[in-house]
Design a protein around this ligand. Structure first.
Ligand code: ADP
Ligand code: SF4
Length: 692
């Protein structure tokens, strides 16, 4: 069947993608295609509703047929502080939530809202209401020293009323699809389903039928209120092996069979959020298929599921083989809000494919607005007026030299070229991508190369950008060439002196000792002996990845970190436990809460609490501590300002300015291009209105 909304949809390279653009009914509403942005957190929520509204609106503009909110707390007893989600606690919350639906509708998509009572996942740190759940147990998902109380039958009746009130508010806010949420281990309804959390002896506990009673009742309540005005979705955590999942695969089938036609749509979620949003380091595209396959046959209602889908062929296969009716996406829609229309228009090489790094998730976990490695405009649509596909036309005839083609330089050159500036991009090596090419060669990080691939593909189509490989310019060369602006994006190098958080003045290192940096190892250098200490005072991924690489190559590796966990910051990307498991499986000996204090014939470490020292026999040490910006060219040019004739500005950007994540480097490139001819303004923010 052809697509009535998008006549351009069809075939690319001989493969039919039309099936992705078929309209599909969900209860009383009909979608324009099969692209479904499932609910996802974004760290903006009730604090930044206009920013969120613009972000969701851009997804709708990019072709998603359904665009959903994140978890929306239905009352103050479901208070997820410090997380920033949406709230429908009372009528005063409706305008913010309605603004999001309005922006989605403006671009022809259906608006979905995920209503949630977080049950024993909500420690209620703001409201200070004692948490509640099916049974008296410690709160889940955090170590807050708080327990939930067991709900009475009267509490259950009140909970249903709270959910009904939220449904009425969501309908008044204009939503077309209302979610009932029982997934990720986060929602009250899943806590009732879970034999681990539901120890009740009444009609809401015991048998699966009893444990599913509250879910059935809330679905029925929601259906009654929606009555032809909106569709009802059920988001259910499905079994299949993940240890934290409440239900086994068999129990999942039983629940779906029992409730089969009560919702208008099933949204199946595999395991806890960390499994559902697995990173590319730990799982491939379409990983959820095995757990979801076959569930569709238990219901006559359409089914949505996710899988970090970016390949249209994989999407078509999911539909044609009857696994899914909708291609669900959170991360692929974050990395490329225009994914649907790019597939429709056959612009597959312009898809900004998600790299599966979960920097987006870190926004939620750090209570800061969402960011994305691939899409620097994510979260900046309203705050800074950035758009994933459109940039303002250039403001002058200025010419720009971009030095260095890592993520910062590539993004700057591409965005400036799109604006219409004449750009010269020079790169010292033979490849584009800088650190992403080097890091993508490390275990599990292959997908990261997409950061360079996408930009390389777009640059290839821009006649405004001239690209020179194996080129290096001195300050004299630059001054002679007559560029108007210079962006120095020459990156950073890892330090070999141990300077870092733990040792701001560096380490005592015997000059005879072999010290390697991550740059050395990525360039192919290897320890001279078998025993290696990797010292990780960086706390993101590089330390553990290098330890894994060396262990796989047969080195005896000890990983030392002053933090309490290996790769501690990856709690924010939900990789912490997976990294630890992989490190253990690789046979790496881990020493947490210890700091390297000296490197000589042996590596000496000290306990960060007591200072007690210990020696580790090691032939070499790999120091993963801090990086030094490579910014000589910008300093040289700035020092010779009196000799500038055409030159008007010189700026170091990305890691050459302040070493950070790849996401930050990409963002810096975009920020440079956006502000080249503009007065830098602070970003917009919403200020709390004071009570009279
Ligand atoms: P960022 O993350 O800020 O983009 P990277 O280290 O990934 O930084 O990329 C820097 C890029 O700049 C690398 O590809 C490197 O080869 C290149 N480079 C470094 N110094 C020079 C230079 N003087 N001239 C041209 N290219 C350079
Ligand atoms: Fe994908 Fe990483 Fe962007 Fe998240 S931050 S959407 S995982 S590329």
């Amino acid at each position: 069947m052809g697509c009535p909304i998008a006549p351009a949809c069809g075939t690319v390279g001989g493969v039919a993608y039309d099936v992705l653009f078929e309209p599909v009914p969900i209860g009383p509403v009909v979608t324009r295609n099969r692209f479904f942005q499932v609910p996802h957190c974004n760290g903006m929520g009730y604090r930044d509703p206009s920013a969120e509204a613009a972000m969701r609106g851009v997804k709708a503009e990019g072709g998603w047929a359904v665009v959903c909110t994140e978890e929306t707390e239905i009352g103050p007893s479901s208070d997820l502080t410090p997380s920033i989600e949406l709230r429908l606690w009372d009528d005063r919350d409706v305008p913010a939530v309605a603004r999001i639906a309005d922006r989605i509708h403006e671009h022809g998509a259906l608006a979905g809202i995920e209503l949630v009572h977080n049950g024993m996942h909500a420690a209620n740190l703001t409201s200070r209401i004692p948490p509640m759940g099916p049974s008296a147990l410690p709160v889940v998902g955090s170590n807050h020293p708080v327990q939930a109380r067991a709900m009475t039958l009267a509490d259950i009746a009140l909970l249903r009323e709270m959910h009904r009130a939220a449904v009425r508010r969501a309908l008044s806010a204009g939503y077309d699809l209302i979610y009932v949420y029982a997934a990720h281990g986060y929602g009250m309804l899943e806590h009732f389903l879970s034999p681990q959390h539901n120890h009740r002896l009444d009609e809401y506990g015991g048998s699966l039928r009893n444990r599913a009673r509250l879910l059935r009742e809330v679905l029925a309540d929601t259906r009654e209120l929606c009555a032809g005005k909106a569709a009802v979705a059920c988001r259910l955590g499905v079994g299949g092996g993940a240890e934290e999942t409440a239900l086994s695969a068999a129990e999942t089938r039983e629940v779906v069979h029992e409730l089969r036609d009560l919702p208008d749509l099933w949204d199946f979620v595999v395991g806890p959020w960390s499994a559902d949003s697995n990173t590319s380091r730990f799982g491939p595209e379409g990983e959820q298929e095995e757990a979801v396959r076959g569930l569709k046959s238990l219901t006559s209602k359409p089914v949505v599921g996710v899988g970090r889908f970016t390949s249209p062929d994989a999407m078509v296969r999911q539909i044609r083989s009857g696994v899914l009716d909708f291609i669900g996406a959170a991360r692929p829609s974050i990395a490329d809000p225009f994914l649907p229309w790019k597939i429709r228009d056959g612009r597959l090489d312009e898809i900004r494919e998600c790299i599966g790094c979960n920097i987006c998730v870190s926004g939620d976990h750090t209570q800061s607005p969402i960011r994305c490695t691939q899409n620097p405009s994510m979260g900046e649509e309203w705050r800074r007026g950035w758009h994933p596909e459109r940039l303002r036309p250039r403001g002058s005839d200025a010419t720009v030299l971009v030095v260095g083609a890592g993520p910062a330089g590539l993004e700057a050159a591409m965005s400036l070229g799109r604006r219409g500036y004449q750009v010269t991009l020079i790169e010292r090596s033979r490849v584009l991508g800088g650190r992403v090419r080097r890091e993508a060669a490390l275990p599990g990080l292959a997908a990261w190369t997409r950061v360079a691939d996408y930009r390389e593909a777009v640059l290839g189509k821009l006649d405004t950008v001239e690209l020179y490989y194996e080129s290096e310019l001195t300050a004299d060369d630059v001054l002679e060439h007559g560029f108007s602006h210079v962006a120095v994006a020459t990156g950073a190098r890892w330090r070999a002196d141990g300077v870092g958080r733990q040792h701001p003045c560096g380490l005592a290192i015997d000059p005879a000792a072999e010290v390697l940096t991550p740059d050395d190892v990525m360039a192919g250098a290897r320890p001279r002996g078998r025993h290696v200490v990797v010292y990780d005072d960086d706390h993101y991924y590089i330390g553990a990845v290098l330890a894994e690489l060396l262990a796989r190559e047969g080195f005896a590796v000890e990983l030392v970190t002053p933090a309490a966990s290996v790769s501690e910051w990856t709690a924010n990307t939900m990789e912490l436990t997976k990294i630890r498991r992989r490190v253990i499986e690789a046979g790496i000996i881990v020493h947490t809460n210890r700091s390297v204090v000296s490197v000589a014939g042996v590596v000496r470490t000290a306990c960060v609490f007591t200072g007690s020292e210990r020696d580790h026999a090691a032939d070499s040490v790999v120091l993963v501590t801090a990086r030094t910006p490579i910014d000589d060219l910008s300093h040289q040019l700035l020092a010779r300002q009196s000799a500038w004739t055409h030159l008007r500005s010189v700026r170091a950007i990305g890691d050459a300015f302040a070493p950070s994540t790849i996401a930050a480097a990409v963002w810096a490139g975009r920020e440079y291009a956006e502000t080249l001819d503009a007065v830098a303004e602070p970003f917009r923010r919403e200020i709390t209105e004071l009570a009279p």
